[in-house]
Write a new protein. Structure first.
Lengths: 333, 324
């Protein structure tokens, strides 16, 4: 057994080392920007003002990518960023805001798990003079005094843009199905609402809709397979709320030998780009996290410097198809 | 009176031992009436493919539960194995990537068993916390390895390839993943019923102290239990990403609960010592059919949550009644 203890100690040590090395590079629970290089503004790290980006869940790849963007661009605005991961837990996110307050940060950017539960902690942050920026999801309309500004995309508009893509493609009408993102998730609800606001009353019939348990490709694929069984060749198009889900949709369509179905996804991630390029996916509605990050940092810098800023900042969505995909930079995530 | 008692007894036996079969029959009957396309060859083919990843994980979990333990690490482990294996296809080739994935699964499972043994975790509750901890570790490693992004199956240029066959190929009317399952089921059934270690695992789960006194190598049983679970999780990961052609670092989320649900609903007792891989097949079929049927009938995902929870509670309640 002593031998086993030695082995296990070595293995756990190895795991720890791998974890620490990895955390320094990519997806930390808490990490800071690298020390500035030669091309950074003159000065030492001490001259950078500390800010915190509180991620709803680092396991969500768009948020992991956004955290990398914060680390990459913070120094351009004389900031040093601390990344805090709430791991999908509203209570942990509240605690993360309090930790950021304790660390004396100048500004916090929050991608909320629960837009209502986070309000007391944000109010506390504002009371001690910290600039509060909402990232990607905004607070409820009657609670916006708990933040200084919001930067993000309008998920209603993402749904509307998807609907418009179907209207453009099928002027004479069509039967389509909708596969929603995680049930109850803010983005899923808004994409669904935006989509249906535009589609209802037109000659595009949504013949089936189903949301998923999680943003799971396998689940999207299983739902699409079941929809194909139920509706078969009647399906002219599919609106899937996220590009990685569309990967599963495409696999299901291929297995059923349905080649001409018009597939629209949201995100503009690498999978979506690859699928549009290969012709498997028709359109991806792209949210630009780099622009979103830069805009957030710019807003925070202005507020700290005493300038007035716009409270609500929607970053435009790009509609990417095979005709214009070459004009966009392929995303890293 | 005697006949009435016998009739009552038969009904009791059916409900306590074969409720899962009753559930499957009712589900099939109701769905086939309301949605005749349910029995179409295309849908049966879909069910067969959707069955693949979960049954692999659930078969491994069966041995863990029969042995009187639990394994929550399968969620993180499945994610880790999927992102590692899919990433290795391009640089190493398909067969080496496949073998490394399987070995990684067996290694992670063995690592779990070592932790369980050296920490002296001899109860299900203790094993639950240790394997939950390992799930977080494996999940974290999956995130680090993938950089938080979804990995796509690339580097396979040929139309016919090992992973494409596993994911979407057929052998006759059966999918490749289903044929794999049948082969593995036979092996595991023989292992459980015809080998010393298979019986040792049952005895370990039944009563650890008595098993130890009877000369059963408890620690070796635990090593087998978790290594099998790890290996089967690796097979599940490979079938899953071959099917969807991508692997996200959280692809295994929910597999631990669905696998436990399948095992318990199938009739393997949670207290350990009794159970069968054949029962798990029925449990998994019920879980997969439930999703398939409710999707075809247009029932919302919220209702699916409620039904899954209710079925699990019912299965545990019946299991407890059997122990009395």
């Amino acid at each position: 057994m002593n031998k086993k203890i030695k082995i296990i100690t070595m293995l756990l040590t190895a795991l720890l080392v791998i974890g620490l090395v990895g955390c320094g590079k990519t997806t930390p629970t808490e990490s800071t920007t690298d020390t500035p290089g030669e091309d950074t503004p003159v000065g030492t790290t001490d001259e950078f003002e500390k800010i915190a980006f509180i991620v709803a869940d680092m396991a969500n790849e768009s948020q992991a990518f956004a955290s990398k963007q914060f680390q990459q661009y913070a120094k351009d605005y004389n900031f040093e960023v601390v990344i805090l991961d709430a791991k999908g837990d509203a209570q942990a996110e509240t605690q993360a805001v309090k930790n950021a307050i304790a660390q004396g940060v100048k500004a916090i950017f929050v991608n909320p798990n629960d837009i209502n539960a986070i309000i007391p902690a944000l109010t506390e942050a504002k009371q001690v003079g910290i600039v509060v920026g909402m990232f990607s999801s905004d607070l409820p309309a009657d609670k916006t005094d708990a933040r200084d500004f919001f930067v993000g995309v309008n998920d209603n508009m993402a749904g509307e843009a998807a609907a418009q893509a179907f209207l453009n493609k099928f002027p004479d009408g069509a039967n389509i199905v909708e596969i929603g993102g995680q049930s109850g998730h803010d983005a899923q609800i808004k994409r669904h609402d935006g989509f249906n606001n535009i589609i209802s009353g037109t000659n595009i019939n949504v013949i089936d809709f189903k949301a998923t348990n999680t943003w799971s490709t396998a689940e999207a694929m299983a739902i699409m397979e079941d929809m194909i069984v139920k509706n078969g060749d009647e399906i002219d198009g599919v609106f899937c709320h996220w590009d990685n889900g569309a990967t599963g949709v495409i696999q299901a369509l291929m297995a059923a030998d349905m080649k001409d179905v018009f597939v629209v996804g949201v995100d503009g991630c690498r999978a979506g780009f690859n699928q549009v390029t290969s012709g498997d996916q028709s359109v991806t509605i792209m949210q630009n996290f780099t622009t979103m990050t830069q805009k957030s940092l710019e807003m925070a810098r202005k507020v700290i410097d005493g300038e007035a800023v716009e409270q609500q900042n929607f970053v435009p969505l790009d509609i990417v198809d095979i005709g214009n995909i070459d004009t966009f930079t392929a995303p890293e995530w | 009176m005697s006949e009435q008692l016998n009739g009552k007894k038969i009904i009791q036996i059916i409900f306590s031992e074969y409720l899962v079969l009753v559930g499957i029959a009712m589900l099939v009957l109701v769905t086939a009436i309301l949605e005749p396309k349910f029995l179409s060859p295309q849908n049966l083919n879909n069910v067969m493919r959707q069955f693949g990843p979960l049954i692999m994980v659930a078969l491994g979990m069966t041995f863990v539960i029969i042995g009187g333990f639990i394994d929550l690490s399968v969620a993180g482990m499945l994610s880790l194995i999927a992102v590692v294996t899919i990433s290795l296809i391009e640089p190493l080739g398909q067969v080496p990537a496949l073998l490394i994935g399987l070995c990684l699964g067996a290694f992670c499972g063995y690592l779990n068993s070592v932790l369980v043994v050296i920490s002296g975790a001899m109860t299900q509750a203790e094993a639950l916390f240790i394997t939950y901890g390992m799930s977080v570790v494996y999940g974290g490693l999956a995130l680090i390895f993938s950089g938080g992004s979804t990995k796509q199956m690339s580097g396979i240029k040929a139309d016919t390839s090992l992973f494409k066959e596993i994911g979407s190929g057929n052998i006759g009317i059966l999918s490749v993943s289903f044929v794999m399952f049948l082969g593995i089921l036979v092996l595991l059934y023989v292992f459980q019923n015809k080998t010393f270690m298979g019986r040792a695992i049952c005895l370990t789960g039944g009563n650890k102290t008595a098993a130890k006194l009877a000369g059963i190598p408890i620690n070796r049983s635990i090593a087998f239990i978790y290594t099998i679970s790890g290996f089967m999780t690796a097979l599940g990961a490979i079938v899953l990403f071959s099917r969807v052609t991508t692997a996200s670092p959280v692809i295994g989320k929910g597999y631990e609960t669905n696998a436990i649900l399948a095992v318990v609903v199938g009739g393997t007792t949670l207290v350990g010592g009794k159970g069968s891989v054949l029962r798990t097949v029925l449990g998994t079929l019920l879980v997969i059919l439930m999703s398939n049927c409710l999707n075809l009938l247009g029932v919302s995902v919220y209702m699916q949550y409620i039904m899954k929870g209710a079925i699990l509670i019912l299965a545990i309640w019946l299991d407890n009644r059997k122990q009395l």
